[in-house]
Each structure stands twice: as C-alpha cells, then as structure tokens.
Design a protein around this ligand. Structure first.
Ligand code: IPE
Ligand code: IPE
Ligand code: MG
Length: 229
C-alpha cells in the first residue's frame, strides 16, 4: 500500500459527453459533471484521503464563448450553495487554488463564505482549482517571495504557491482521453503517478476510481532511489 494523501483530477470531457447524448449545448455536460464531484468527494472523504483537488476552470478557459463561461460561473455558485450541507455533514473543508480575484463578485463571496464555514474541519479538504493555471501560480509565487524578501528554494517554494500547506500530488487523474496536463499542478506533480482514462467526466464512477487506487497501491514509488531488496 502506498500512502495516498492527495488525489488531483482533471475533470475533462463534459462537452463531448453532452454531444454524445444528443444535447445541443455543451453546458449539459457541465451540469452532469457537477454531480460526479459530489460522489467522488464522499468516497475520498470516507477513504481517508486528505486532499482532493479538482480542476474546474483553467486560466485558459477564458477563451471559451461568453455564454459557456457565464454558465460555468453560475454553476460553481449553485454547486457551492448546494454542497455546503454535504461539507458540513461529512466534515469536509473547502479550499480553492487559482486567482479568484478575477471571478464574479457573488462567486467570490460564496467561496469566502464556504471556506469560513468549513475551515475547522480536519478530514478531507476539497480544493477547487478555479481560474487556476500552474504558470500563473508560479509567477505569483515568485512575486510573493520577492515581496517578503525570501530566497526561493525547492523546500520553501510550496509556501508561496496556492497549494501552501498541502502535500505533493500522489495520484493525478485525467478523464476524457487526452494525455496532457493542460497547465495543472506542474510543480506539485513532479513525482505523481499519472492515470489517464477515456471515460468522459460525467461517466466517471467511484468504481473506476477504486480500480485506479488498486493499481496505484501496486506501484513501487522510488522517487529516484532504488528498489528495496
Ligand atoms: C472539462 O470539460 C470542463 C471544463 C474545462 C470546465 P470540457 O468542457 O473541456 O469538455 P470537452 O473536453 O470539450 O469534451
Ligand atoms: C482542462 O481541460 C481544464 C479543466 C478540466 C478545467 P481543457 O478541456 O480546458 O483542456 P485542453 O484545452 O483540452 O487542453
Ligand atoms: Mg476539454
């Protein structure tokens, strides 16, 4: 068994899922995808994972049509409003990474409120990556360190990233069939085990996640060392 503290997921394939089902709009897939977040969060919490980081909106996603962006912003607001009950019942702490200052004011308020209400929980932390991009995060980290007069090292770098206080990613999962990172957690995934599945995010199940964890547990993680004889 490998220690599994941090799972990160690139939840991709919502648009294709909607198309496949004959919906005229991609946004139907986002709506369905939000339901999977709930199931995966409950499982991760019960399994004893400490951090579940979910890529919800990237710094590059602003290139999408305005109606899709507006829908995603609204969906995140509704999601958080509905999920507060789940967070409180399951003692899940809520956090975000990414530059939330660029989000609509009502969503920013909802984020602050949800963080505040759940900040005392010690079990799973669900981290939503919103307006998140690794390159943006790393540049912001440089500026933060410079401002505080700190020389960056491999050891203190994480203190200046949005993931300050979080362990490195153990498992990085991408649904939807593409095998790329799309600017997600580049620093934090240096030694992650990577899992790619063709399953579109709205079709992803707890069972498939369990199978991935079984595979993860069989991997010998060497971190550049040698096999234990
Ligand atoms: C991922 O699904 C969700 C977001 C990027 C917000 P997509 O919307 O990228 O779905 P596909 O990849 O086009 O199918
Ligand atoms: C990555 O998916 C971002 C999120 C899942 C939020 P994209 O669909 O935006 O990534 P690309 O464009 O295929 O690289
Ligand atoms: Mg996509």
């Amino acid at each position: 068994m490998n220690e599994l503290k941090h799972i990160a997921i690139i939840m991709d394939g919502n648009g294709r899922w909607a198309k496949k089902r004959g919906f005229s709009k991609r946004i139907k897939g986002h709506e369905e995808g939000a339901k999977r977040v709930r199931e995966i969060t409950i499982f991760a919490s019960n399994y004893g994972v400490k951090f579940l980081t979910l890529y919800a909106f990237s710094t590059e996603n602003w290139k999408r049509p305005k109606y899709e962006i507006d829908f995603l912003m609204k969906l995140m607001d509704i999601y958080l409003k509905n999920e507060l009950k789940l967070f409180l019942e399951n003692e899940v702490r809520f956090q975000t990474i990414g530059d939330i200052s660029k989000l609509p004011k009502n969503l920013q308020d909802r984020i602050f409120y949800t963080k505040e209400k759940t900040s005392h929980f010690k079990g799973l932390t669900q981290v939503l990556a919103i307006n998140y991009g690794s390159r943006d995060e790393i540049i912001r980290a440089f500026h933060k360190a410079k401002k505080s007069g700190v020389d960056l090292t491999q050891e203190n770098m994480n203190d200046f990233l949005d993931t300050a206080g979080m362990p490195d990613v153990d498992m990085l999962i991408r649904t939807g069939g593409e095998q790329r990172l799309s600017n997600f957690l580049l620093w934090q995934s240096a030694y992650s085990e990577l899992f790619f599945t063709k399953t579109l995010w709205p079709d992803f199940t707890v069972d498939e996640l369990k199978q991935m964890i079984e595979k993860f547990n069989k991997i010998e993680r060497r971190f550049g060392g040698v096999k234990n004889e």
